[in-house]
Design a protein around this ligand. Structure first.
Ligand SMILES: [Zn+2]
Length: 97
């Protein structure tokens, strides 16, 4: 009788160990699946000084009139990958490289 009880206890312990091992493997598998595609994660890259930020305090010089404008309120024009900021639509239209 005690041998039977001991076997039941051992069985329960073995089952719980197996379940924890399976859960551990599943967690490893899950992290292996969902941590792989770093490609789709946007890179928080912020170049300093070189005027690519979206902060309200960043000023860029209007290349036409020389006035400094806030980048989030300025009119923008992208020429060959570089963003130019303008104080007005007039400056933007007059801008030529
Ligand atoms: Zn201007």
């Amino acid at each position: 009788m005690f041998v039977f009880l001991a076997r039941v206890v051992v069985f329960i312990i073995v089952i719980s160990v197996i379940r924890s091992v399976v859960a551990y493997i599943q967690r490893l598998w899950h992290t292996a699946i969902y941590s792989k595609p770093d490609i789709h994660r946007p890179m928080p890259k912020r170049p300093q000084g070189d005027g690519g930020a979206s902060s309200a305090t960043v000023l860029q010089q209007d290349p036409v009139c020389g006035m400094y404008v806030a980048v989030d309120t300025s009119l923008k024009k992208i020429v060959s990958g570089k963003v130019y900021h303008f104080c007005s639509a007039d400056c933007r239209q007059r801008f030529t490289l």
